[in-house]
Design a protein around this ligand. Sequence first.
Ligand SMILES: *Cc1c(COP(=O)(O)O)cnc(C)c1O
Length: 380
Amino acid sequence: MTSAPPGVPFLDLAAAHAEQRDELEAAALGVLRSDRVLLGPALATFEGEWAAAVGARHAVGVNSGLDALVLGLRALGLGPGDEVLVPSHTFVATWLAVVHVGCVPVPVDVSPVTGLWDVGTVAAAVGPRTRALLPVHLYGHPVDLDALMDLARAHGLLVLDDAAQAHGARLAGRPVGALAHATAWSFYPGKNLGALGDGGAVTTDDPELAARLRSLRNYGSSEKYVHEEIGWNSRLDEVQAAMLSVKLRRLAEYNARRTAVAHRYEEELAGTGLELPRTAAGTDPVWHLYVVRTPARDRLRAVLTAAGVETGVHYPTPPHRQRAFAGTAPARTDLPVADRLATEVLSLPMGPHLTEQQQDRVIEAVRGAGWLGRGPATTA
Ligand SMILES: *Cc1c(COP(=O)(O)O)cnc(C)c1O
């Protein structure tokens, strides 16, 4: 009897943990023995390391990526009535944050080529009530923040970038992290830098903004029992901060391994008809996800599943089709690119621990699926 070969996981977090098990356990034990569990030395250490890693003067650790976005918007002074431009194609948290601070998310459709914001389209969407831009470096591909900052300066807008999928990504050689007014990070376990639970941070070069964020994450207080503003409880705890310091040691190496996986897909999947992700000139993406496009998405996904290959869809329903935003004015549904992407995107296994043999199986299965392009098959 033959048994099916083991499946190819979408992301092998256990392998990452195994590689650093001793360091992680020692760091967790260190926190336990220190008896400092919140706002202690492990957080201060990680904040310093993370700020340095992304070229920012300040990093403020919070509970999650969603909180980083919410508190980032609040710290920038945004609130009820303000309109914030958001990409049509993103994880729902980007939009949720805007609504949570009382602002109106105004979707701007993404480029059909890159799936990211195109600055010309964003410029055309700026209106009299627009107060801020919320670009997303989706899948680990940096958005052109230089052009967006020029646009923001011309209109007096604030810019908070969502870097939840872009740890270590670079734009013209500079890391994402202090290129806008503030940058929001998630350390959800599946991100390129992930904690062993929830976590997030905001980075910025602005010392006043950093101080405001430190207050907002801690009940609006910088001195115990003195409350200057309506704050939250959103603190990155000592255990998670210690885990993140350990995992940060491997981030550059793991991003390089992701890049090698991406390059191999690019070489081996040419000619299948699949639309492969494109890297904009002057950008160094970190391949949080490897997302291909095909009108035969559902068929390809079924073929891969049958071959034991796990895949993902990021994301099957765009935010403007979610019931949660039904009452959100101005409710826009003329976002054809986002609608099309939702039916065509497929995320292939990607991660620093995807072995060559596992990737071979993905590639073979994709090739075996037949022509995946828009028109008829072209002969090479
Ligand atoms: C993961 C993610 C978030 C939210 O982060 P959490 O830590 O899960 O709250 C926000 N935006 C994007 C683009 C994400 O991928």
